[in-house]
Design a protein around this ligand. Sequence first.
Ligand SMILES: Cc1cc2nc3c(=O)[nH]c(=O)nc-3n(C[C@H](O)[C@H](O)[C@H](O)COP(=O)(O)OP(=O)(O)OC[C@H]3O[C@@H](n4cnc5c(N)ncnc54)[C@H](O)[C@@H]3O)c2cc1C
Ligand SMILES: NC(=O)c1ccc[n+]([C@@H]2O[C@H](COP(=O)([O-])OP(=O)(O)OC[C@H]3O[C@@H](n4cnc5c(N)ncnc54)[C@H](O)[C@@H]3O)[C@@H](O)[C@H]2O)c1
Length: 465
Amino acid sequence: MKDRKREFDAIVIGSGQGGTPLVLSLADEGWRVALVERKAVGGTCVNEGCTPTKTMIASARVAHLVQRSEEYGVVAGESSVDIQKVIQRKRQVVESFREGSRKRIIDSPNLSLIEGSASFVGDRELEVRLKEGETELIEARTIVINTGTSPATPKIPGLERVEAHDSTSIMELDELPEHLIVLGGGYVGLEFGQMFRRFGSRVTIIQRDKQLLSLEDEDIATLVLEILRGEGIDVLLESEPIEIDSCEGNRNSVRLRFSDKEKPVVGSHLLLATGRVPNTPDLNLERAGVKVDGRGFIEVNSKLETTTKNVYAIGDVKGGPAFTHISYDDFRVMKENLVNGRGLTIQERFVPYVVFIDPQLGRIGLTEKQAVSQGRQFRVATLPFDRVARAIETNETRGMMKALVDSKTDRIIGAAILGVEGGEIMSAIQIAMMGNLPYTSLRDGIFAHPTFAESLNNVFMGLDT
Ligand SMILES: Cc1cc2nc3c(=O)[nH]c(=O)nc-3n(C[C@H](O)[C@H](O)[C@H](O)COP(=O)(O)OP(=O)(O)OC[C@H]3O[C@@H](n4cnc5c(N)ncnc54)[C@H](O)[C@@H]3O)c2cc1C
Ligand SMILES: NC(=O)c1ccc[n+]([C@@H]2O[C@H](COP(=O)([O-])OP(=O)(O)OC[C@H]3O[C@@H](n4cnc5c(N)ncnc54)[C@H](O)[C@@H]3O)[C@@H](O)[C@H]2O)c1
Protein backbone atom coordinates (compact mmCIF):
# COMPACT_ATOMS: atom_id res chain seq x y z
CA MET A 1 0.00 0.00 0.00
CA LYS A 2 1.34 3.44 -0.93
CA ASP A 3 1.47 5.49 2.29
CA ARG A 4 0.07 8.75 0.92
CA LYS A 5 -3.58 9.08 -0.08
CA ARG A 6 -3.97 11.32 -3.13
CA GLU A 7 -6.88 13.72 -3.36
CA PHE A 8 -8.51 14.93 -6.57
CA ASP A 9 -11.44 17.11 -7.58
CA ALA A 10 -12.80 14.25 -9.70
CA ILE A 11 -12.02 10.60 -10.35
CA VAL A 12 -13.27 8.73 -13.42
CA ILE A 13 -13.15 4.93 -13.29
CA GLY A 14 -12.68 3.46 -16.78
CA SER A 15 -11.32 5.14 -19.89
CA GLY A 16 -14.36 4.38 -22.03
CA GLN A 17 -16.04 6.49 -24.64
CA GLY A 18 -17.45 8.97 -22.12
CA GLY A 19 -14.74 8.85 -19.46
CA THR A 20 -11.79 9.80 -21.64
CA PRO A 21 -13.25 13.02 -23.09
CA LEU A 22 -14.64 13.85 -19.65
CA VAL A 23 -11.26 13.73 -17.87
CA LEU A 24 -9.65 15.75 -20.65
CA SER A 25 -12.37 18.42 -20.43
CA LEU A 26 -12.37 18.63 -16.66
CA ALA A 27 -8.58 18.87 -16.57
CA ASP A 28 -8.81 21.59 -19.19
CA GLU A 29 -11.13 23.49 -16.86
CA GLY A 30 -8.44 23.35 -14.17
CA TRP A 31 -9.89 20.45 -12.14
CA ARG A 32 -7.35 18.02 -10.63
CA VAL A 33 -8.49 14.74 -12.16
CA ALA A 34 -7.57 11.04 -11.93
CA LEU A 35 -8.44 8.47 -14.59
CA VAL A 36 -8.24 4.86 -13.40
CA GLU A 37 -7.96 2.20 -16.12
CA ARG A 38 -7.28 -1.49 -15.50
CA LYS A 39 -6.72 -2.68 -19.06
CA ALA A 40 -6.04 -0.41 -22.04
CA VAL A 41 -6.75 3.26 -22.59
CA GLY A 42 -9.62 3.73 -25.04
CA GLY A 43 -11.86 1.08 -23.49
CA THR A 44 -13.96 -1.45 -25.34
CA CYS A 45 -14.69 0.56 -28.48
CA VAL A 46 -11.09 1.27 -29.39
CA ASN A 47 -9.47 -1.95 -28.21
CA GLU A 48 -12.05 -4.72 -28.57
CA GLY A 49 -15.17 -3.28 -30.18
CA CYS A 50 -15.92 -0.75 -32.89
CA THR A 51 -12.39 -0.03 -34.15
CA PRO A 52 -11.03 -3.57 -34.58
CA THR A 53 -14.30 -5.02 -35.89
CA LYS A 54 -14.90 -2.29 -38.44
CA THR A 55 -11.26 -2.58 -39.59
CA MET A 56 -11.62 -6.34 -40.12
CA ILE A 57 -15.06 -5.93 -41.71
CA ALA A 58 -13.40 -3.64 -44.27
CA SER A 59 -11.02 -6.50 -45.17
CA ALA A 60 -13.98 -8.87 -45.45
CA ARG A 61 -15.74 -6.50 -47.83
CA VAL A 62 -12.70 -6.41 -50.08
CA ALA A 63 -12.65 -10.23 -50.11
CA HIS A 64 -16.34 -10.19 -51.01
CA LEU A 65 -15.86 -7.72 -53.87
CA VAL A 66 -12.93 -9.72 -55.24
CA GLN A 67 -15.17 -12.80 -55.25
CA ARG A 68 -17.81 -10.80 -57.13
CA SER A 69 -15.39 -9.06 -59.48
CA GLU A 70 -16.59 -10.87 -62.59
CA GLU A 71 -20.09 -9.42 -62.04
CA TYR A 72 -18.43 -6.10 -62.87
CA GLY A 73 -16.48 -7.46 -65.83
CA VAL A 74 -13.21 -7.55 -63.94
CA VAL A 75 -11.15 -10.75 -64.02
CA ALA A 76 -9.22 -10.87 -60.75
CA GLY A 77 -7.97 -14.47 -60.82
CA GLU A 78 -7.45 -16.69 -57.79
CA SER A 79 -7.70 -14.90 -54.46
CA SER A 80 -7.16 -15.89 -50.86
CA VAL A 81 -7.32 -14.27 -47.43
CA ASP A 82 -4.20 -13.97 -45.29
CA ILE A 83 -5.82 -13.80 -41.85
CA GLN A 84 -2.53 -12.88 -40.19
CA LYS A 85 -2.24 -9.78 -42.39
CA VAL A 86 -5.87 -8.92 -41.70
CA ILE A 87 -5.17 -9.18 -37.96
CA GLN A 88 -1.93 -7.22 -38.29
CA ARG A 89 -3.74 -4.38 -40.04
CA LYS A 90 -6.39 -4.42 -37.30
CA ARG A 91 -3.70 -4.28 -34.58
CA GLN A 92 -2.05 -1.27 -36.25
CA VAL A 93 -5.27 0.71 -36.49
CA VAL A 94 -6.20 -0.11 -32.88
CA GLU A 95 -2.73 0.80 -31.64
CA SER A 96 -2.76 4.14 -33.45
CA PHE A 97 -6.15 5.04 -31.90
CA ARG A 98 -5.10 3.83 -28.44
CA GLU A 99 -1.73 5.55 -28.46
CA GLY A 100 -3.29 8.80 -29.72
CA SER A 101 -5.72 8.70 -26.83
CA ARG A 102 -3.01 7.78 -24.34
CA LYS A 103 -0.76 10.63 -25.49
CA ARG A 104 -3.57 13.17 -25.06
CA ILE A 105 -4.11 11.90 -21.51
CA ILE A 106 -0.44 11.82 -20.54
CA ASP A 107 0.20 15.27 -22.03
CA SER A 108 -2.75 16.82 -20.21
CA PRO A 109 -1.77 18.94 -17.19
CA ASN A 110 -3.92 18.35 -14.07
CA LEU A 111 -4.66 14.78 -15.19
CA SER A 112 -3.19 11.62 -13.60
CA LEU A 113 -3.57 8.27 -15.35
CA ILE A 114 -3.61 5.53 -12.71
CA GLU A 115 -3.21 2.08 -14.23
CA GLY A 116 -5.00 -0.43 -12.06
CA SER A 117 -8.37 -1.73 -10.92
CA ALA A 118 -10.53 0.53 -8.75
CA SER A 119 -13.04 -0.44 -6.07
CA PHE A 120 -14.96 1.68 -3.57
CA VAL A 121 -13.87 1.92 0.06
CA GLY A 122 -16.40 4.64 0.91
CA ASP A 123 -18.61 7.01 -1.03
CA ARG A 124 -15.68 9.37 -1.83
CA GLU A 125 -12.77 6.97 -1.56
CA LEU A 126 -11.38 4.27 -3.83
CA GLU A 127 -8.72 1.63 -3.52
CA VAL A 128 -6.74 0.96 -6.69
CA ARG A 129 -4.90 -2.32 -7.18
CA LEU A 130 -2.09 -1.03 -9.36
CA LYS A 131 -0.79 -2.99 -12.33
CA GLU A 132 2.66 -3.18 -10.75
CA GLY A 133 1.20 -4.92 -7.68
CA GLU A 134 0.88 -2.20 -5.04
CA THR A 135 -2.38 -0.62 -3.89
CA GLU A 136 -3.19 3.06 -3.58
CA LEU A 137 -6.00 5.01 -1.92
CA ILE A 138 -7.47 7.97 -3.78
CA GLU A 139 -10.28 10.34 -2.90
CA ALA A 140 -12.45 12.93 -4.66
CA ARG A 141 -15.64 14.90 -4.14
CA THR A 142 -16.91 13.74 -7.57
CA ILE A 143 -16.64 10.16 -8.86
CA VAL A 144 -17.81 9.04 -12.32
CA ILE A 145 -18.13 5.33 -13.14
CA ASN A 146 -17.47 4.46 -16.80
CA THR A 147 -16.50 0.82 -16.51
CA GLY A 148 -18.49 -0.60 -19.44
CA THR A 149 -19.42 -4.23 -19.99
CA SER A 150 -17.81 -7.61 -20.78
CA PRO A 151 -18.98 -10.53 -22.93
CA ALA A 152 -21.65 -12.66 -21.24
CA THR A 153 -21.09 -16.39 -20.82
CA PRO A 154 -24.33 -18.33 -21.23
CA LYS A 155 -25.05 -21.13 -18.78
CA ILE A 156 -24.93 -24.22 -21.00
CA PRO A 157 -23.84 -27.60 -19.61
CA GLY A 158 -20.45 -28.62 -21.00
CA LEU A 159 -19.43 -25.14 -22.14
CA GLU A 160 -16.56 -25.12 -19.65
CA ARG A 161 -15.03 -28.18 -21.33
CA VAL A 162 -14.64 -26.66 -24.83
CA GLU A 163 -12.59 -23.76 -26.11
CA ALA A 164 -15.09 -20.97 -26.70
CA HIS A 165 -14.19 -17.58 -28.14
CA ASP A 166 -15.68 -14.22 -27.31
CA SER A 167 -15.73 -11.07 -29.46
CA THR A 168 -12.18 -10.22 -28.32
CA SER A 169 -10.38 -13.55 -28.71
CA ILE A 170 -12.00 -14.31 -32.09
CA MET A 171 -10.04 -11.36 -33.52
CA GLU A 172 -6.71 -12.94 -32.54
CA LEU A 173 -7.01 -16.41 -34.11
CA ASP A 174 -3.93 -18.11 -35.57
CA GLU A 175 -5.89 -19.57 -38.45
CA LEU A 176 -9.20 -19.22 -40.23
CA PRO A 177 -11.88 -21.43 -38.70
CA GLU A 178 -12.96 -24.28 -40.95
CA HIS A 179 -16.48 -24.06 -39.54
CA LEU A 180 -17.37 -21.26 -37.13
CA ILE A 181 -20.46 -21.74 -34.98
CA VAL A 182 -21.81 -18.41 -33.76
CA LEU A 183 -24.13 -18.51 -30.76
CA GLY A 184 -26.39 -15.44 -30.85
CA GLY A 185 -27.99 -13.56 -33.74
CA GLY A 186 -27.50 -9.98 -32.51
CA TYR A 187 -25.01 -7.29 -33.52
CA VAL A 188 -21.87 -9.23 -32.60
CA GLY A 189 -23.06 -12.55 -34.04
CA LEU A 190 -24.07 -11.09 -37.41
CA GLU A 191 -21.04 -8.83 -37.88
CA PHE A 192 -18.56 -11.63 -37.11
CA GLY A 193 -20.62 -14.32 -38.85
CA GLN A 194 -20.62 -12.46 -42.16
CA MET A 195 -16.98 -11.41 -41.74
CA PHE A 196 -15.70 -14.98 -41.32
CA ARG A 197 -17.95 -16.29 -44.10
CA ARG A 198 -16.40 -13.73 -46.44
CA PHE A 199 -12.91 -14.76 -45.26
CA GLY A 200 -13.79 -18.29 -46.39
CA SER A 201 -15.02 -20.11 -43.28
CA ARG A 202 -18.20 -22.12 -43.18
CA VAL A 203 -20.49 -20.31 -40.70
CA THR A 204 -23.55 -21.38 -38.73
CA ILE A 205 -25.43 -18.77 -36.68
CA ILE A 206 -27.66 -20.11 -33.91
CA GLN A 207 -30.31 -17.72 -32.65
CA ARG A 208 -32.67 -18.32 -29.73
CA ASP A 209 -35.37 -15.91 -30.90
CA LYS A 210 -37.70 -16.36 -33.85
CA GLN A 211 -35.83 -13.72 -35.86
CA LEU A 212 -32.33 -12.28 -36.12
CA LEU A 213 -31.83 -8.84 -34.50
CA SER A 214 -34.71 -9.40 -32.09
CA LEU A 215 -35.67 -5.74 -31.63
CA GLU A 216 -36.05 -4.95 -35.34
CA ASP A 217 -39.22 -5.19 -37.42
CA GLU A 218 -39.93 -8.62 -38.88
CA ASP A 219 -39.70 -7.45 -42.53
CA ILE A 220 -36.23 -6.01 -41.94
CA ALA A 221 -35.03 -9.05 -39.96
CA THR A 222 -36.36 -11.39 -42.67
CA LEU A 223 -34.46 -9.49 -45.35
CA VAL A 224 -31.28 -9.61 -43.25
CA LEU A 225 -31.79 -13.38 -42.94
CA GLU A 226 -32.19 -13.74 -46.73
CA ILE A 227 -29.06 -11.68 -47.36
CA LEU A 228 -26.94 -13.74 -44.96
CA ARG A 229 -28.31 -17.05 -46.24
CA GLY A 230 -27.64 -15.76 -49.76
CA GLU A 231 -23.96 -15.52 -48.83
CA GLY A 232 -23.97 -19.15 -47.75
CA ILE A 233 -24.36 -18.67 -44.00
CA ASP A 234 -26.45 -21.32 -42.22
CA VAL A 235 -28.88 -19.73 -39.78
CA LEU A 236 -30.92 -21.67 -37.23
CA LEU A 237 -33.75 -19.70 -35.62
CA GLU A 238 -35.56 -20.56 -32.39
CA SER A 239 -32.62 -22.76 -31.47
CA GLU A 240 -30.82 -22.91 -28.16
CA PRO A 241 -28.28 -25.58 -27.33
CA ILE A 242 -28.95 -27.67 -24.24
CA GLU A 243 -25.45 -29.13 -24.06
CA ILE A 244 -22.02 -28.57 -25.57
CA ASP A 245 -19.16 -31.05 -25.84
CA SER A 246 -16.12 -31.72 -27.95
CA CYS A 247 -16.05 -34.49 -30.55
CA GLU A 248 -14.12 -37.47 -29.27
CA GLY A 249 -10.46 -37.56 -30.24
CA ASN A 250 -10.61 -34.12 -31.84
CA ARG A 251 -9.63 -31.30 -29.55
CA ASN A 252 -10.57 -28.72 -32.14
CA SER A 253 -14.21 -29.68 -32.57
CA VAL A 254 -17.25 -28.46 -30.75
CA ARG A 255 -20.64 -30.12 -30.86
CA LEU A 256 -23.83 -28.35 -29.85
CA ARG A 257 -26.75 -30.56 -28.89
CA PHE A 258 -30.32 -29.38 -29.04
CA SER A 259 -33.56 -31.01 -28.00
CA ASP A 260 -34.12 -34.57 -29.24
CA LYS A 261 -35.84 -33.45 -32.43
CA GLU A 262 -32.94 -31.39 -33.76
CA LYS A 263 -29.64 -32.64 -35.17
CA PRO A 264 -26.46 -31.60 -33.34
CA VAL A 265 -24.29 -28.91 -34.97
CA VAL A 266 -20.57 -29.69 -35.17
CA GLY A 267 -17.93 -27.09 -35.99
CA SER A 268 -14.25 -26.29 -35.54
CA HIS A 269 -14.67 -23.04 -33.54
CA LEU A 270 -17.34 -21.53 -31.30
CA LEU A 271 -18.04 -17.82 -30.86
CA LEU A 272 -20.24 -16.73 -27.95
CA ALA A 273 -22.23 -13.64 -28.99
CA THR A 274 -25.05 -13.75 -26.49
CA GLY A 275 -24.88 -10.24 -25.05
CA ARG A 276 -22.79 -8.42 -22.48
CA VAL A 277 -22.75 -8.02 -18.67
CA PRO A 278 -21.84 -4.87 -16.70
CA ASN A 279 -18.39 -4.47 -15.13
CA THR A 280 -19.75 -3.81 -11.65
CA PRO A 281 -18.99 -6.84 -9.43
CA ASP A 282 -15.39 -5.72 -8.72
CA LEU A 283 -16.38 -2.17 -7.78
CA ASN A 284 -17.71 -2.90 -4.26
CA LEU A 285 -20.56 -0.51 -5.01
CA GLU A 286 -22.42 -1.43 -1.83
CA ARG A 287 -19.66 0.25 0.20
CA ALA A 288 -20.57 3.53 -1.50
CA GLY A 289 -24.33 2.93 -1.39
CA VAL A 290 -24.58 2.82 -5.21
CA LYS A 291 -27.53 0.64 -6.26
CA VAL A 292 -27.58 -1.74 -9.23
CA ASP A 293 -30.55 -3.36 -10.98
CA GLY A 294 -31.27 -7.10 -11.12
CA ARG A 295 -28.70 -7.60 -13.90
CA GLY A 296 -25.97 -5.56 -12.19
CA PHE A 297 -26.33 -2.34 -14.23
CA ILE A 298 -25.96 0.86 -12.18
CA GLU A 299 -29.23 2.69 -11.49
CA VAL A 300 -29.12 6.33 -12.58
CA ASN A 301 -31.67 9.10 -13.02
CA SER A 302 -31.92 11.20 -16.18
CA LYS A 303 -29.00 13.37 -15.00
CA LEU A 304 -26.81 10.26 -14.70
CA GLU A 305 -26.79 10.56 -10.89
CA THR A 306 -26.55 7.28 -8.98
CA THR A 307 -28.23 6.64 -5.65
CA THR A 308 -25.17 8.18 -3.95
CA LYS A 309 -24.64 11.95 -4.01
CA ASN A 310 -21.78 13.08 -6.27
CA VAL A 311 -21.30 9.59 -7.74
CA TYR A 312 -22.36 9.29 -11.40
CA ALA A 313 -22.43 6.52 -14.01
CA ILE A 314 -22.02 6.98 -17.77
CA GLY A 315 -21.87 4.66 -20.79
CA ASP A 316 -22.83 1.00 -21.02
CA VAL A 317 -22.51 0.31 -17.28
CA LYS A 318 -25.78 2.17 -16.61
CA GLY A 319 -27.76 -0.13 -18.98
CA GLY A 320 -29.88 1.06 -21.90
CA PRO A 321 -28.59 1.52 -25.45
CA ALA A 322 -24.97 0.36 -25.54
CA PHE A 323 -23.23 2.42 -28.19
CA THR A 324 -20.13 4.57 -28.33
CA HIS A 325 -22.02 7.68 -29.41
CA ILE A 326 -24.41 7.29 -26.44
CA SER A 327 -21.52 7.10 -23.99
CA TYR A 328 -20.03 10.14 -25.72
CA ASP A 329 -23.31 12.00 -25.31
CA ASP A 330 -23.32 11.05 -21.62
CA PHE A 331 -19.97 12.86 -21.46
CA ARG A 332 -21.55 16.02 -22.93
CA VAL A 333 -24.34 15.93 -20.35
CA MET A 334 -21.92 15.20 -17.50
CA LYS A 335 -19.48 17.93 -18.45
CA GLU A 336 -22.13 20.63 -18.80
CA ASN A 337 -23.69 19.63 -15.49
CA LEU A 338 -20.44 19.38 -13.53
CA VAL A 339 -18.72 22.43 -14.99
CA ASN A 340 -21.59 24.76 -15.83
CA GLY A 341 -24.31 23.43 -13.49
CA ARG A 342 -26.76 23.23 -16.37
CA GLY A 343 -28.95 20.34 -15.20
CA LEU A 344 -29.03 18.64 -18.62
CA THR A 345 -30.72 15.24 -18.92
CA ILE A 346 -30.49 12.26 -21.25
CA GLN A 347 -34.26 12.22 -21.80
CA GLU A 348 -35.66 12.12 -25.32
CA ARG A 349 -32.34 12.09 -27.09
CA PHE A 350 -31.85 10.49 -30.49
CA VAL A 351 -30.47 6.95 -30.43
CA PRO A 352 -29.23 6.16 -33.92
CA TYR A 353 -27.27 2.97 -34.58
CA VAL A 354 -25.86 0.93 -37.41
CA VAL A 355 -25.44 -2.82 -37.62
CA PHE A 356 -22.28 -3.12 -39.69
CA ILE A 357 -23.26 -6.09 -41.76
CA ASP A 358 -22.98 -5.49 -45.50
CA PRO A 359 -25.30 -4.03 -46.63
CA GLN A 360 -25.52 -1.98 -43.43
CA LEU A 361 -28.65 -1.59 -41.35
CA GLY A 362 -28.99 2.03 -40.24
CA ARG A 363 -31.69 2.72 -37.65
CA ILE A 364 -33.19 5.79 -36.04
CA GLY A 365 -36.33 6.45 -34.01
CA LEU A 366 -39.23 4.03 -33.64
CA THR A 367 -39.58 0.64 -35.27
CA GLU A 368 -43.01 -0.18 -36.66
CA LYS A 369 -43.69 -2.56 -33.78
CA GLN A 370 -42.75 0.12 -31.22
CA ALA A 371 -45.01 2.66 -32.99
CA VAL A 372 -47.90 0.18 -32.89
CA SER A 373 -47.36 -0.63 -29.22
CA GLN A 374 -47.33 3.11 -28.42
CA GLY A 375 -50.66 3.52 -30.22
CA ARG A 376 -49.21 6.00 -32.71
CA GLN A 377 -51.10 6.90 -35.90
CA PHE A 378 -48.55 6.61 -38.69
CA ARG A 379 -47.94 5.76 -42.32
CA VAL A 380 -45.14 3.55 -43.65
CA ALA A 381 -43.06 4.35 -46.74
CA THR A 382 -40.85 1.64 -48.25
CA LEU A 383 -38.55 1.38 -51.24
CA PRO A 384 -36.54 -1.69 -52.27
CA PHE A 385 -32.92 -0.97 -53.13
CA ASP A 386 -33.31 -2.56 -56.55
CA ARG A 387 -35.33 0.52 -57.48
CA VAL A 388 -32.51 2.92 -56.55
CA ALA A 389 -30.50 4.12 -59.59
CA ARG A 390 -27.20 4.31 -57.72
CA ALA A 391 -27.70 0.79 -56.33
CA ILE A 392 -28.31 -0.62 -59.81
CA GLU A 393 -25.31 1.21 -61.26
CA THR A 394 -23.02 -0.06 -58.50
CA ASN A 395 -24.59 -3.54 -58.45
CA GLU A 396 -25.54 -3.25 -54.76
CA THR A 397 -29.29 -3.82 -54.96
CA ARG A 398 -29.87 -5.83 -51.78
CA GLY A 399 -31.97 -4.21 -49.07
CA MET A 400 -34.82 -1.78 -48.53
CA MET A 401 -35.60 1.63 -47.09
CA LYS A 402 -38.42 1.99 -44.63
CA ALA A 403 -39.65 5.16 -42.93
CA LEU A 404 -42.50 5.87 -40.53
CA VAL A 405 -44.34 9.18 -40.75
CA ASP A 406 -46.76 10.53 -38.16
CA SER A 407 -50.21 10.75 -39.78
CA LYS A 408 -51.17 14.03 -38.14
CA THR A 409 -47.92 16.02 -38.13
CA ASP A 410 -46.17 14.57 -41.22
CA ARG A 411 -42.97 14.32 -39.11
CA ILE A 412 -40.70 11.29 -39.56
CA ILE A 413 -40.79 9.17 -36.41
CA GLY A 414 -38.49 6.32 -37.42
CA ALA A 415 -36.48 4.76 -40.21
CA ALA A 416 -34.63 1.58 -41.08
CA ILE A 417 -32.24 1.71 -44.03
CA LEU A 418 -30.95 -1.72 -44.97
CA GLY A 419 -28.61 -1.11 -47.89
CA VAL A 420 -25.12 -0.12 -48.90
CA GLU A 421 -24.16 2.99 -46.88
CA GLY A 422 -27.39 2.50 -44.92
CA GLY A 423 -25.79 4.28 -41.95
CA GLU A 424 -25.11 7.42 -43.96
CA ILE A 425 -28.62 7.53 -45.48
CA MET A 426 -30.15 6.97 -42.05
CA SER A 427 -28.08 9.91 -40.76
CA ALA A 428 -29.56 12.15 -43.46
CA ILE A 429 -33.04 11.20 -42.24
CA GLN A 430 -31.92 11.80 -38.66
CA ILE A 431 -30.87 15.35 -39.54
CA ALA A 432 -34.36 15.96 -40.96
CA MET A 433 -35.81 14.61 -37.69
CA MET A 434 -33.47 16.82 -35.65
CA GLY A 435 -34.67 19.82 -37.65
CA ASN A 436 -38.29 18.69 -37.18
CA LEU A 437 -38.83 18.81 -40.95
CA PRO A 438 -41.96 17.29 -42.46
CA TYR A 439 -41.35 14.29 -44.72
CA THR A 440 -42.31 16.47 -47.70
CA SER A 441 -39.00 18.36 -47.33
CA LEU A 442 -37.17 15.15 -48.21
CA ARG A 443 -39.74 14.13 -50.81
CA ASP A 444 -39.31 17.44 -52.63
CA GLY A 445 -35.68 18.27 -51.76
CA ILE A 446 -33.07 18.53 -54.50
CA PHE A 447 -30.34 15.91 -53.98
CA ALA A 448 -27.42 15.33 -56.33
CA HIS A 449 -27.90 12.64 -58.95
CA PRO A 450 -27.00 9.80 -58.75
CA THR A 451 -26.51 9.49 -54.99
CA PHE A 452 -28.18 7.06 -52.61
CA ALA A 453 -29.58 10.12 -50.79
CA GLU A 454 -31.48 11.09 -53.94
CA SER A 455 -33.72 8.08 -53.34
CA LEU A 456 -35.14 9.87 -50.29
CA ASN A 457 -37.35 11.64 -52.89
CA ASN A 458 -38.68 8.28 -54.03
CA VAL A 459 -39.18 6.60 -50.68
CA PHE A 460 -41.35 9.45 -49.42
CA MET A 461 -43.18 9.82 -52.76
CA GLY A 462 -44.52 6.35 -51.95
CA LEU A 463 -46.75 7.95 -49.30
CA ASP A 464 -48.66 9.92 -51.93
CA THR A 465 -49.82 6.90 -53.93
C1 LIG B 1 -17.40 -6.41 -30.81
C2 LIG B 1 -18.05 -5.09 -30.53
C3 LIG B 1 -18.29 -4.20 -31.55
C4 LIG B 1 -18.90 -2.97 -31.29
N1 LIG B 1 -19.16 -2.12 -32.33
C5 LIG B 1 -19.76 -0.94 -32.10
C6 LIG B 1 -20.02 -0.03 -33.15
O1 LIG B 1 -19.72 -0.29 -34.32
N2 LIG B 1 -20.61 1.15 -32.86
C7 LIG B 1 -20.95 1.49 -31.58
O2 LIG B 1 -21.48 2.58 -31.36
N3 LIG B 1 -20.72 0.64 -30.55
C8 LIG B 1 -20.13 -0.55 -30.79
N4 LIG B 1 -19.88 -1.40 -29.74
C9 LIG B 1 -20.28 -0.98 -28.39
C10 LIG B 1 -19.23 0.00 -27.81
O3 LIG B 1 -17.96 -0.60 -27.83
C11 LIG B 1 -19.61 0.38 -26.40
O4 LIG B 1 -20.94 0.86 -26.38
C12 LIG B 1 -18.71 1.47 -25.87
O5 LIG B 1 -17.36 1.05 -25.87
C13 LIG B 1 -19.16 1.83 -24.46
O6 LIG B 1 -18.22 2.56 -23.85
P1 LIG B 1 -18.23 2.87 -22.31
O7 LIG B 1 -17.92 4.31 -22.24
O8 LIG B 1 -19.43 2.42 -21.63
O9 LIG B 1 -17.03 2.02 -21.70
P2 LIG B 1 -16.01 0.98 -22.32
O10 LIG B 1 -15.52 1.42 -23.67
O11 LIG B 1 -16.58 -0.37 -22.21
O12 LIG B 1 -14.76 1.14 -21.32
C14 LIG B 1 -14.82 0.78 -19.99
C15 LIG B 1 -13.41 0.75 -19.44
O13 LIG B 1 -13.46 0.60 -18.04
C16 LIG B 1 -12.39 -0.22 -17.63
N5 LIG B 1 -12.71 -0.77 -16.30
C17 LIG B 1 -13.71 -1.65 -15.99
N6 LIG B 1 -13.72 -1.88 -14.66
C18 LIG B 1 -12.72 -1.16 -14.13
C19 LIG B 1 -12.23 -0.99 -12.81
N7 LIG B 1 -12.77 -1.60 -11.76
N8 LIG B 1 -11.15 -0.18 -12.61
C20 LIG B 1 -10.58 0.47 -13.65
N9 LIG B 1 -11.01 0.34 -14.93
C21 LIG B 1 -12.07 -0.45 -15.16
C22 LIG B 1 -12.31 -1.26 -18.71
O14 LIG B 1 -11.03 -1.87 -18.75
C23 LIG B 1 -12.58 -0.42 -19.96
O15 LIG B 1 -11.39 0.05 -20.53
C24 LIG B 1 -19.26 -2.63 -29.96
C25 LIG B 1 -18.99 -3.51 -28.90
C26 LIG B 1 -18.39 -4.72 -29.18
C27 LIG B 1 -18.09 -5.66 -28.05
N1 LIG C 1 -22.66 -1.99 -34.70
C1 LIG C 1 -22.83 -1.75 -33.40
O1 LIG C 1 -23.22 -0.68 -32.98
C2 LIG C 1 -22.50 -2.84 -32.43
C3 LIG C 1 -21.75 -3.95 -32.83
C4 LIG C 1 -21.47 -4.93 -31.89
C5 LIG C 1 -21.93 -4.80 -30.59
N2 LIG C 1 -22.65 -3.70 -30.24
C6 LIG C 1 -23.16 -3.57 -28.84
O2 LIG C 1 -22.81 -4.71 -28.10
C7 LIG C 1 -23.94 -5.24 -27.44
C8 LIG C 1 -23.82 -6.74 -27.36
O3 LIG C 1 -24.03 -7.35 -28.64
P1 LIG C 1 -24.47 -8.87 -28.75
O4 LIG C 1 -24.69 -9.19 -30.18
O5 LIG C 1 -23.51 -9.70 -27.96
O6 LIG C 1 -25.82 -8.90 -27.93
P2 LIG C 1 -27.35 -8.78 -28.41
O7 LIG C 1 -28.12 -8.67 -27.17
O8 LIG C 1 -27.50 -7.75 -29.46
O9 LIG C 1 -27.67 -10.18 -29.12
C9 LIG C 1 -27.53 -11.40 -28.46
C10 LIG C 1 -28.44 -12.42 -29.12
O10 LIG C 1 -28.08 -13.70 -28.63
C11 LIG C 1 -29.26 -14.45 -28.47
N3 LIG C 1 -28.99 -15.47 -27.45
C12 LIG C 1 -28.75 -15.27 -26.13
N4 LIG C 1 -28.50 -16.45 -25.51
C13 LIG C 1 -28.58 -17.41 -26.46
C14 LIG C 1 -28.42 -18.82 -26.46
N5 LIG C 1 -28.11 -19.48 -25.32
N6 LIG C 1 -28.58 -19.50 -27.61
C15 LIG C 1 -28.89 -18.83 -28.77
N7 LIG C 1 -29.04 -17.50 -28.83
C16 LIG C 1 -28.88 -16.79 -27.70
C17 LIG C 1 -30.32 -13.45 -28.04
O11 LIG C 1 -31.58 -13.92 -28.38
C18 LIG C 1 -29.91 -12.21 -28.83
O12 LIG C 1 -30.63 -12.11 -30.03
C19 LIG C 1 -25.14 -4.78 -28.27
O13 LIG C 1 -26.25 -4.58 -27.44
C20 LIG C 1 -24.68 -3.50 -28.88
O14 LIG C 1 -25.12 -2.42 -28.12
C21 LIG C 1 -22.95 -2.72 -31.13
